[in-house]
Design a protein around this ligand. Structure first.
Ligand SMILES: *Cc1c(COP(=O)(O)O)cnc(C)c1O
Length: 398
């Protein structure tokens, strides 16, 4: 028998070690502490000489099953987990960066990540250099000046820009930087950054991994020594994943490949349809041949993902009419769920920016982020069509 493939691992990885009482499903262990009558055994577990659990802030059997599953799917040496994706990001940067250090990243990281770079790290005298996303020469030039961390995300929010991870990891390695990739949008179904030379891969498990918009969580996978240090930071600082959330994420991950394959298919169909609509000015999806990152995406991703965005003529006025008309889409801030989710970028990912700042970042006021669900693509397209047709005819005559 060869090595098991993705869906087999998504089902079985991490499960067996956490079962008890003949149960076939991982139990949700709510117990805050784990008791010992044998003082020597307790001591051995406490100092890590023997496998076991002591206190829920540190480790928990349900949480451990989640960590083992994501570790396996990312092909990593080690993994640890967090209460949210932002906790994974802030704890990782908190572990690695000290006053005087320098970090290089891109302008289009997730909104919360961008806030860490622009608001919190500078207060700690950590130098942050944010390069134009997709400008590989600019990133290489900044990295070559030396940095402790090179932090990437690909594809990005909301215009799904693509960065060449292998090329950037090589640049990072040349100066001894720790290369981190936020893989939330691609998921391990479509891309494994560790195989491309990254040291750490981060997920907001809240999105595609869980896939049902009912649990918050985050993970960091990679080199064991780094992950151990990040785990230590988290166990002391306390951003622990809740066992019930870990259970929901574990359950969601079993269908990860089925969901992602369908979401990629739907995103592609919706993107192609949107290209034919008159009032749609622009469609951003890496699967489209005219997307600036298409060639790199084709090289480094197995499929193009479930996220796209499009800009409508008439800006905010149009989306105010259009979005409420959609029947098969939640108008909400999350993404990656089994239901289609839509939202204006001005309200979701880039709500903190002024219209001028958004324009400078190439985000038109009429940009809509579209997270394709697993519905039938014919229905999603028909839904968009009826919404476009319902727009007041005088909307564009000013
Ligand atoms: C949502 C998101 C995060 C933050 O995750 P939370 O679970 O909401 O804290 C980080 N990175 C990306 C790309 C995201 O989409």
């Amino acid at each position: 028998m060869g090595n098991p493939k993705f869906s087999t691992r998504a089902i079985w990885a991490g499960e067996k070690d956490s079962l008890a009482f003949g149960a076939t499903q991982v139990p949700v262990v709510h117990s805050v502490s784990f008791g010992y009558d044998d003082m020597d055994e307790w001591y051995d577990v406490a100092i890590g000489k023997k496998q076991g659990h002591i206190y829920g802030r540190n480790t928990n059997p349900t949480v451990q099953a989640f960590e083992e599953k994501i570790r396996d799917l990312e092909g990593a040496e080690a993994a640890t987990s967090f209460s949210t994706g932002m906790a994974a990001i802030s704890n990782t940067l908190g572990t690695l960066l000290y006053p005087g250090d320098r970090v290089v990243s891109i302008k289009d990281t997730y909104g919360g990540t961008n806030k860490i770079f622009t608001e919190f790290l500078p207060k700690q005298k950590i130098d942050v250099e944010l390069c134009d996303t997709g400008d590989h020469e600019a990133i290489e030039k900044e990295v070559a000046k030396g940095c402790k961390v090179l932090y990437l995300e690909s594809p990005t929010n909301p215009t799904v820009k693509i960065t060449d991870i292998e090329r950037m990891a090589k640049a990072g390695k040349a100066v001894g930087a720790i290369v981190i990739v936020d893989n939330t949008f691609a998921t391990p179904v479509n891309q494994n950054p560790l195989e491309m030379g990254a040291d750490l891969v981060i997920h907001s498990a809240t999105k595609f991994l869980g896939g049902h918009a009912d649990a918050l969580g985050g993970s960091v996978c990679g080199d064991k020594e780094l992950v151990d240090a990040i785990y230590h930071y988290r166990e002391i600082n306390g951003a622990t994943l809740d066992p019930m959330a870990a259970y929901l994420l574990l359950r969601g991950m079993k269908t990860l490949k089925l969901r992602i394959d369908k979401q990629c298919e739907n995103a592609m169909a919706v993107a192609r349809y949107l290209q034919t609509v008159d009032i749609v000015e622009d469609v951003f999806y890496p699967g489209l041949e005219n997307h600036p990152g298409h060639d790199i995406a084709k090289e480094q991703m197995r499929d193009f993902g479930g996220m796209l965005s499009f800009a409508v003529k008439g800006g905010v006025d149009t989306l105010r009419h259009l979005l409420p008309k959609l029947k098969y889409a939640n108008k909400a801030a999350n993404l990656g769920s089994v239901e289609t989710v839509v939202g204006p970028s001005r309200t979701t990912s880039h709500v903190e920016c002024t219209p001028e700042e958004r324009a400078a970042m190439g985000i038109p006021e009429g940009l809509i982020r579209y997270s394709a669900g697993i519905e039938d693509s014919e229905d999603l397209i028909a839904d968009l069509e009826q919404a476009f047709q319902s727009l007041p005819k005088d909307l564009f005559v000013h």
